[in-house]
Design a protein around this ligand. Structure first.
Ligand SMILES: [Mg+2]
Length: 270
């Protein structure tokens, strides 16, 4: 297959110098939880002959392998840089780079204080129902759910309606801010029943650490121009921070078709 079998110049020998083009995955390269179209992969392959390319996605590598890779072609062969989990995981030309984790960052002692506080708070919450798994421990964050992640779909809907009138999650977050004013955590409400807790700055901007560190390698590149394509670029969206970061040139897209169109325009300027 031409996409996977193509030979690309080393990163520091791409024709358009010191430039990387980064992409969000969901709704930017492929429809949510669906496969990327062959035309998109073909265009990315053409792009890769000119510049360094990478993706940055919130979920882990296995999800991106499903959406962008094939059983024969690992996703790490399709991009120069792969940044699962916003770059907490990182691959360069298929090689795994040093990553990091939430627990490494926060440390056991501080984490215990946080977990104790959260479980006490939830224990004292008077909700119509409670289920199980109030804290889910993930590599780059914890996810906190007052009703519990074991809730069924009907129970999730019921909690969400209750939360809309009683502000359970937003109140809990403001209490967390008061209890841990200097802990350096960001609390992000998403979905129906939970909120995420992660170190401030560990959004998609995190991947720029790896991009900027590349110049320290013998075969590395001093990236001066960083393009970023994303669909959730409005404030509150998960592409907003990287899109609006002064270190990037942001491209807001509506969907993968729009990405394809805008990318062709950009490539015409290379
Ligand atoms: Mg997206």
């Amino acid at each position: 297959m031409s996409v996977g079998g193509a030979i690309y110049p080393p990163l520091n020998q791409r024709p358009v110098k010191n430039t990387i083009v980064l992409f969000d995955v969901d709704e930017t390269l492929s429809k949510s939880r669906q496969l990327a179209k062959p035309e998109m992969l073909q265009l990315l392959s053409e792009l890769r002959h000119k510049v360094v390319i990478g993706y940055v996605g919130g979920s882990d590598l296995s999800k991106q392998q499903e959406q962008l890779g094939t059983p024969e072609i690992p996703v790490t062969a399709l991009f120069d840089f792969c940044f699962p989990e916003n770059g907490l995981g990182a691959y360069r030309m298929g090689e795994k780079l040093q990553g990091t984790s939430f627990i490494e960052w926060i440390g056991e002692e501080k984490y215990k204080l946080l977990v104790k506080w959260i479980l006490h708070y939830i224990a004292d919450l008077d909700l119509p129902i409670k289920r199980g798994t109030f804290i889910e421990f993930r590599n780059g964050m914890i996810n906190v759910s007052p009703v519990g992640r074991n809730a069924t779909i009907a129970e999730r809907n019921a909690f969400n309606a209750y939360d809309t009138t009683h502000h359970i999650r937003t109140t809990m977050i403001s209490e967390l801010h008061k209890a841990f004013p200097d802990i350096g955590l960001t609390y992000s409400v998403g979905g129906q029943i939970s909120f995420d807790v992660f170190p401030t700055g560990w959004d998609k901007r995190y991947c720029l650490n790896h991009v900027e560190a590349d110049k320290q390698r013998a075969d590395g590149v001093d990236f001066k121009t960083v393009h970023f394509f994303g669909d959730k670029t409005e404030k509150g969206g998960n592409d907003y921070e990287l899109y609006s970061d002064p270190r990037t040139i942001g491209h807001a897209v509506k969907d993968p078709e729009d990405t394809y169109r805008q990318l062709k325009e950009l490539m015409a300027t290379f």
